[in-house]
Write a protein that binds this ligand. Structure first.
Ligand code: FAD
Length: 279
């Protein structure tokens, strides 16, 4: 028999998780689609289900010296209207799904779903965001890039849930592009986020992330580091070399949304456009 739990508070939710292996449902906009059978039939779940969207303790956005903390049941709608959330992140969310989905869905759900096309993941990788995972006894923190292990594979133990996401503060200039088939309700064919800081003509920070071109976000810190500290005119001369380095590591696949050739070409064009705009 499948149990459905609707806990009244976080402590009750963690108690349930310590005794039952559950699907956690927040907005349900991924999970209900995955468990959908055919029209007229209810979705089926093979194990117990824990509904968390009514947990008000996890519905928050706060800021402190570590960054902006977003609770696991906070909806995109509220994230995109918060003054505490960086504009970069709001730009990403404004292109995710549509208003009706953004009224239901959560950032924790996008991370928990670990799709190669998850739009917020590119920004979370580039901004070095991390999660707080909690079970009945303890809490741990983990970078989003370490939490995601592959397509729909995450580093979550059965008794744990994501309770918050922390986005460190930054003053990066950024260049974000989502490429899809239409303006709304479009799953990415690919996405690109470049970010940088220059000061007195010198590159102080450089970060580059690609979404939907691999099993998860591609970000290569070793390449980025090689160009930090260069003067902008020295950096400009290195652009062909930077493009060559990414050309070697961007190897997309063909699927129902796009072809590997299209993805590769557009990814490299966006990279070039970003690099030439750094000033
Ligand atoms: C029409 C439509 C359009 C969409 N468009 C986009 C799009 O453009 N870009 C995009 O990235 N996504 C898109 N999505 C996917 C989806 O809306 C997002 O991934 C959303 O962020 C999922 O959030 P949720 O709260 O609904 O997750 P849920 O479906 O509730 O959960 C998703 C996964 O995360 C896990 N999970 C949820 N909360 C927690 C938690 N607190 N701790 C541990 N695990 C947890 C669940 O167990 C599940 O595995 C779309 C979906 C639909 C139906």
């Amino acid at each position: 028999m499948i149990n459905h739990f609707i806990p009244k508070n976080l402590s009750e939710a963690l108690d349930i998780l310590s005794n039952h292996d559950c699907y956690i449902i927040a907005g349900g906009t991924d999970l209900m689609v995955q468990k959908h059978r055919s029209s007229g039939l209810l979705p089926t779940f093979e194990k117990d289900v824990l509904y968390i969207s009514n947990l008000e303790e996890l519905n928050f956005i706060r800021s402190d010296d570590k960054g902006v903390h977003i609770g696991a049941t906070t909806k995109y709608r509220d994230i995109s209207s918060s003054e505490l959330v960086p504009q970069l992140f709001k730009d990403v969310i404004s292109e995710l799904a549509s208003p009706n989905i953004r009224n239901m869905a959560t950032l924790a759900g996008n991370i928990g779903n670990a799709s190669p096309a998850g739009d917020t993941l590119v920004a979370l990788y580039v901004l070095d965001a991390y999660l707080v995972l909690q079970n009945k006894e303890s809490k741990r923190e983990i970078l989003v890039k370490d939490f995601i292990k592959g397509v729909r594979k995450i580093d979550r133990k059965p008794d744990e849930m994501i309770t918050e996401i922390v986005i460190p503060h930054h003053d990066l200039h950024y260049y974000w592009k989502k490429v899809g088939s239409r303006a709304a309700e479009s799953i990415s064919k690919l996405s690109f986020l470049g970010a940088y800081i220059t000061k007195e003509g010198i590159i102080k920070d450089l970060r580059i992330g690609f979404g939907s071109v691999s099993i998860t976000v591609v970000r290569n810190r070793d390449i980025e580091k090689q160009y930090i500290g260069l003067k902008i005119d020295e950096f400009s001369q290195q652009i062909p070399e930077i493009i060559r380095k990414y050309d070697e590591i961007i190897n997309p696949i063909t699927d129902q949304r796009s072809t590997k050739d299209y993805r590769k070409k557009v990814a490299m064009n966006l990279l070039k456009d970003f690099l030439t705009k750094i000033k």
